[in-house]
Design a protein around this ligand. Structure first.
Ligand SMILES: Cc1cc2nc3c(=O)[nH]c(=O)nc-3n(C[C@H](O)[C@H](O)[C@H](O)COP(=O)(O)O)c2cc1C
Length: 301
């Protein structure tokens, strides 16, 4: 099941969705077991921003029919804290190339987000300088400070931004597309034209829930992002549309709970599959999906 992705040799095609598996918390819960049986072929960090962020006020989660609406608000310790504290801690878990010479490390993909080309450039340059990081995922579900529009929602703006920042790193650059746009395939093509080495999708779908017996939004952030089985059919359609349009590899995700779901995303053209919300229910699901996937033949074979 080993797979080549942007020059990385991965043991199998299953990785985690950003923000849905905290390897450091898992290490505290599962200890050395995690080092021996890390469930994913590469580890994707949660989104890192230049400055630390506290995230949104609570409540931050709403259980929707067959899904989850989250309004976490990307809390993180900021670039400096991530590089100084998290990279060494991840290395102790066997994550990040160069972590432990002689031992095969799980490749680390660092997910970053910035509100302008300048901010993103600074994030990419800092990641470029760290040998532990194998690739960078750029989360473009972020409002541009100048235009107020989501960077990833408009193909023209997306292409400009990716083109402007592309030269700041020699590492593979994956653009994580937003599904909250009129034409996700046009955005994927724009990312490719701008110089992306791969695209990943889908991120969460904008969603809202009202507090029971009230007309007020339940979530502290007002709206949130829907994930889990509720979005699987949307993910399949968007991944298929994107894979048909671009030449670069595609990471497919959205509602994956089983090897059969992962197989569907691979069959419509994804090279890798990411598991998100399902890991909250079963932190070992990634490993099980990878094992079972090896037994399911591709469609038409
Ligand atoms: C609680 C939670 C936190 C998330 N945090 C991030 C994040 O920090 N950065 C990001 O790019 N995507 C984030 N996502 C989106 C997931 O990586 C993934 O794209 C989405 O949840 C769809 O996959 P799923 O249905 O398997 O969860 C988050 C999703 C959830 C549920």
């Amino acid at each position: 099941m080993s797979v080549e992705f942007c020059g990385l040799e991965l043991a199998h095609p299953v990785i985690n969705g950003s923000g849905t598996f905290d390897a450091l918390a898992a290490r505290r819960a599962f200890g050395e077991e995690l080092r021996a049986g890390f469930p994913f072929a590469a580890y994707v960090s949660k989104t890192i921003t230049l400055a630390p962020r506290a995230g949104n006020p609570p409540p931050r989660l709403w259980e929707a029919p067959a899904g989850l609406i989250n309004s976490i608000g990307l809390p993180n310790k900021g670039l400096d804290g991530y590089l100084a504290e998290d990279l060494p801690a991840l290395a102790e878990c066997g994550i990040g190339a160069g972590a432990d010479p002689g031992e095969r490390a799980v490749p680390l993909i660092t997910n970053v987000m910035g509100a302008s080309a300048d901010e993103i450039s600074r994030l990419l340059e800092a990641c470029d300088a760290r040998a532990e990081i194998a690739a960078i995922e750029l989360n473009v579900s972020c409002a541009n400070v100048e235009t107020g529009l989501d960077i990833g929602a408009d193909p023209r703006q997306l292409e400009q931004v990716v083109r402007a920042v592309r030269g700041r790193t020699r590492k593979p650059l994956i653009v994580k597309l937003t599904p909250n746009t009129a034409d996700v395939a046009a955005c994927a093509l724009a990312a490719e034209r701008g110089g992306a080495d791969a695209v990943s999708l889908i991120n969460t779908l904008r969603a809202m829930a009202l507090a029971p017996q009230a007309s007020e939004p339940w979530l502290g952030g007002g709206t949130g992002g829907l994930s889990g089985p509720a979005i699987r059919a949307v993910a399949l359609a968007q991944v298929a549309a994107v894979a048909a349009r671009v030449e670069i590899p595609v990471i497919g995700m959205g509602g994956v709970q089983s090897a059969a779901h992962a197989r569907e995303l691979l069959d419509v053209g994804a090279t890798l599959v990411a598991v998100g919300t399902e890991s909250f229910r079963d932190p070992a699901i990634g490993a099980r999906i990878a094992r079972e996937l090896a037994r399911i033949a591709p469609a038409g074979s």
